[in-house]
Design a protein around this ligand. Structure first.
Ligand code: FAD
Ligand code: DLZ
Ligand code: SF4
Length: 507
């Protein structure tokens, strides 16, 4: 009798709890490429290649250790196409005494997994995912009894727990957060280091052929694939970031520049989310850079906050609030997703460039996701479920536990303020300040209304008008609502007319 250990495509860590007591002599590790995971939303082609190729490389590494890996490829004629059905088939191949898995990253899979024991009539041990820095249980304890859940307070608690960036009981440098120093726009002459590109090896090339064949209509370019697919490559990417980008990460975290798809961002999220890197080691690399004087405190604090703070916070929130979290629609937004989110055919340059980069790289950096596509979706009142499905499709790092709170909560405010205290709504002036997109756009951020006006400008005021009932009581929205109240009624009416004309054309 053997123990069957199922490893999923975002669990590619040798330290995985499901593998912790692996008995090489007796156990079987099961890995399955299943159609359902590529099609429950039609993922970007690069994302499918990344996950499947990384799975194949992980299996190769395990086999090199002498582990018995049962690997079911997408093309296997017997492949039944889902985790549950493939597990059922594997149970017919071996005399299995128990199944061991690590808890999955998505509610959808968690629900299926919890039914396996009853369905198959054998013990199924679902272990905690210990790669995270805060367990689901510990987050729930922190959240208990709090009226509002705010990342900043959770983050401080995590700083105290880990002792990272602490001087005794106080934050290093006397402040918890150096964000005010992290909002610079990019000087035109500042060079951005190129992102490391990993040329596809034979395994990846084979997967690319299969993906092009099986999923020809999925969004995204495949030829530009440059992701690492092994732990070694992910470690190279981490070293590159720590050396070349981290020192400037803080300063230019919110900056956007046409043609610079990555700026000083880490581009590590797919590796973290699939398990090729662990959050602990990524933060350790940043802390070491600070200790050795290779990066300033503001940059390191800003970076550590993204991982120790935001990443853990959104995961905690997801598991605390699912499944109802996904169902709220606080602003009652219901406009269908415009076609240009897929084609990039729009004359709004900031949107066009962000969507083109997304298609090319299966990546856009945080400010593009939040303040370009996200801000537009918010201002235009796009239906949360459609926007969320788009974000889940298009990014290589998109797994629902992290995608949903960021989209539903942070970008769309569809949760009514569970994640953030106010909507991240901004007019063209913000985009103009933080990017060079506007200089080459047919619209002008300086024109508020009429011919040539930037649509973000009138959509912004229109958004405030139509959502006044829901938002004007929010103290953090007091200033824009005061400005709106001072606006001449004819001007408000003209703004609403132009916004409605624009929105009608979207459909
Ligand atoms: P950097 O900006 O260099 O940050 C470093 C690391 O911090 C990231 O690798 C990531 O692990 C973590 N991080 C930063 N911000 C966040 C955040 N808000 N939430 C969680 N982790 C964070 N991130 C995903 O990993 N998957 C998603 O599907 C995803 N969807 C998003 C959707 C929207 C609408 C928004 C606004 C943000 C989303 N994010 C998502 C968060 C963030 O944009 C990405 O983590 C980041 O852009 C990844 O690029 P990077 O590695 O260069 O990150
Ligand atoms: C994203 C993805 C894809 C495209 N394909 C697979 C697959 O064939 N096999 C697999 O084990 N995992 C895949 N994944 C990742 C899963 O979607 C992910 O493990 C679940 O969403 C649980 O978080
Ligand atoms: Fe975007 Fe408006 Fe600037 Fe054009 S003018 S790039 S639409 S913010």
């Amino acid at each position: 009798m053997t123990t069957l250990r199922l490893v999923l495509g975002d669990q590619l860590s040798r330290s995985l709890s499901a593998l912790s007591d692996l008995d090489i002599a007796d156990d079987v590790v099961l890995m399955v490429e299943v159609r359902e995971e590529a099609t429950y939303v039609p993922h970007h082609q690069q994302k499918i290649v990344l996950v499947l190729s990384a799975m194949r490389h992980f299996a190769i590494a395990l086999r090199a250790e002498g582990v018995r890996v049962d690997y079911v490829a997408l093309d296997d004629p017997e492949n039944r196409g889902s985790f549950t059905d493939e597990l059922a088939r594997a149970l017919d191949r071996y005399p299995v005494k128990r199944v061991v898995v690590t808890e999955p990253g998505e509610w959808r899979v968690w629900e299926a997994m919890r039914g396996w024991e009853a369905r198959f009539g054998i013990p199924v041990e679902i272990r905690e995912d210990r790669r995270f820095l805060c367990s689901r249980e510990s987050f729930a304890t922190w959240a208990e009894g709090r009226k509002t859940l705010r990342m900043e307070f959770f983050y401080r608690e995590m700083r105290r727990r880990t002792g990272w960036l602490m001087a005794g009981n106080d934050p290093l440098g006397g402040r918890w957060n150096f964000d005010v120093e992290n909002r610079k726009s990019l000087p035109p002459d500042l060079k951005v280091p190129p992102r490391p590109v990993f040329a596809p090896d034979a395994v990846t090339r084979e997967v690319m052929v299969r993906v092009a064949e099986h999923f020809p209509d999925h969004f995204g370019e495949l030829e530009s694939f440059g992701w690492g697919v092994t732990r070694e490559a992910a470690l190279d990417a981490l070293n590159h970031f720590a050396e070349a980008c981290l020192p400037r990460f803080g300063d230019y975290q919110d900056a956007m520049r046409s043609g610079e798809d990555f700026v000083f961002h880490a581009v590590l999220s797919p590796y973290l989310n699939m398990g090729l890197l662990e959050p602990r080691e990524v933060c350790a690399a940043a802390l070491q850079a600070l200790e050795e004087g290779r990066a300033p405190l503001a940059a390191v604090e800003g970076f550590v906050r993204q991982i120790l703070g935001w990443r853990e916070f959104v995961r905690g929130l997801y598991w605390l609030r699912m499944p109802s979290y996904a169902e709220s629609n606080f602003l009652g937004a219901n406009r269908p997703l415009p076609e240009f989110f897929w084609t990039a055919k729009t004359d709004l340059r900031c949107l066009r460039e962000t969507i083109e980069a997304t298609r090319r790289n299966a990546y856009a950096h945080h400010i593009q996701r939040l303040m370009i596509t996200g801000n537009f979706a918010l201002l235009a009142g796009l239906a949360p479920a459609e926007v969320e499905a788009w974000y889940l499709v298009v990014y290589a790092d998109a797994f629902e536990w992290v995608e949903l709170p960021n989209t539903h909560g942070m970008a769309l405010h569809a949760d009514g303020g569970v994640l953030g205290s106010k909507p991240y709504a901004a007019s063209g002036a913000y985009i103009d300040r933080m990017s060079d997109y506007c200089s080459g756009c047919v619209y002008s951020p300086k024109i508020k209304l009429g011919e040539g006006a930037c649509p973000f400008n009138y959509l912004y005021w229109h958004f405030l008008s139509v959502n006044a009932r829901r938002l004007e009581g929010n103290p953090r929205m007091a200033m824009p609502y005061r400005t709106l109240a001072r606006m001449a009624p004819e001007r408000r009416a003209a703004i609403d007319r132009q916004a409605r004309r624009f929105l009608d054309c979207l459909e």
